[in-house]
Design a protein around this ligand. Structure first.
Ligand code: SIN
Length: 332
């Protein structure tokens, strides 16, 4: 692909990729979100003699959307981020958007954007597990790979590029707290591997361009102000879980609840009784599994709907969006 007068826009949100520790040998104790997105771009330019060939002809523009540790990501920033993606991708000279993001909630942001930004162009998130001043910082290579992918991808889809892998937003999950390669896509595996600027796709072409669970009734423009988004929580079924907190949450205004069930979505009898009571009071219940791979396979024993392969954190996002797409059901 040869780009002429096309742009890739890089949006900074913070995270470890923009983090700093007290010394170049300290990779775990650091402050996230210290360096600006333009500083990060300069580090990429400074580290490598040349950028990947696929970037030839592309202009790169940067914008700092926020500067946070992603554990503090919130609906207000999500709304702004989706609006900035939509703004840039609506412009004919913008080919794609890259977002630098903390690893901790990246999969939720990626899934959220995949559901609400409806432009026929890709969004590529990237991140790092070591701070920017660490001696073997992984951020610059990840950014290089993300830019390379952003230059070559087409169509509406949201991706994560990190540690030499490309993952689809639908499947990707952070699975390790400290390892450099902290993400995987469960049974699907990565969509592609990246090495020496070459992208090797592992799955069929459909996965590259389709957005399989797009919530067709919502987009950036139709989302109400973030202050109106519904309160949705996740509850785990564990030994001795009796769901006694469910009534307290419903009394306090809960609108939706995702149950991270044991195994194939099983729920203790006591918790199920509380869930049915909550449901009778108008709370939407969805079922996921606390296992970190595979969908819940629905049987007649399951009382509540599922979102297929979505893990509990993404199922929560899906339920928030479902509630928002039903008029009047989402008032906080
Ligand atoms: C964060 O999620 O912002 C901090 C952790 C990380 O990026 O790895």
């Amino acid at each position: 692909m040869q780009a002429k007068n096309q742009k890739i826009v890089v949006l900074g949100t913070g995270g470890t990729i923009a983090g700093e520790s007290n010394s170049e040998n300290e990779g775990f104790a650091y402050q996230a979100a210290q360096r600006s997105i333009s500083d990060l771009m300069q580090s990429v330019a400074g580290k490598f003699k040349a950028l990947p060939h696929a970037l030839t002809g592309f202009q790169i523009e940067t914008e700092q959307v926020c500067q946070i540790d992603s554990k503090d990501m919130d609906f207000s920033i999500w709304q702004t981020l989706a609006q900035r993606c939509d703004h840039w991708l609506s412009q004919s000279d913008v080919h794609s958007v890259v977002i630098t993001h903390g690893t901790d909630t990246l999969e939720e942001t990626a899934y959220f954007l995949s559901q609400v930004v409806q432009r026929n162009k890709p969004i590529v998130l990237t991140c790092a597990m070591r701070p920017a001043n660490f001696k073997d910082a992984d951020g610059p290579q990840n950014m290089r790979d993300a830019l390379n992918a952003a230059a070559q991808l087409a169509g509406q889809s949201v991706w994560l590029v990190a540690a030499g892998e490309i993952h689809h937003s639908l499947y990707v999950q952070k699975v390790h707290p400290t390892r450099i390669n902290a993400f995987d896509s469960g049974e699907r595996g990565p969509a592609a591997l990246v090495s020496d600027d070459q992208i090797h796709w592992q799955t069929d072409a459909l996965d590259k361009t389709s957005n399989q669970s797009l919530n067709a009734s919502l987009n950036v423009q139709s989302l109400p102000n973030h202050s109106q988004w519904p309160w949705v929580e996740i509850i785990f079924n564990c030994v001795q879980s009796d769901g006694r907190q469910i009534k307290l949450m419903v009394d306090a205004g809960l609108k939706g609840l995702v149950v991270a069930g044991t195994g194939n979505g099983s729920i203790s009898q006591a918790m199920k009784a509380e869930l049915l009571l909550a449901q009778s009071r108008g709370v939407e219940i969805r079922l996921a599994s606390r296992c970190n791979q595979g969908p819940v396979v629905k049987t007649e024993n399951h009382e509540f709907p599922t979102y297929g392969t979505l893990n509990p954190a993404k199922a929560r996002v899906a339920l928030i969006l479902d509630l928002l797409s039903k008029p009047q059901s989402h008032a906080n």
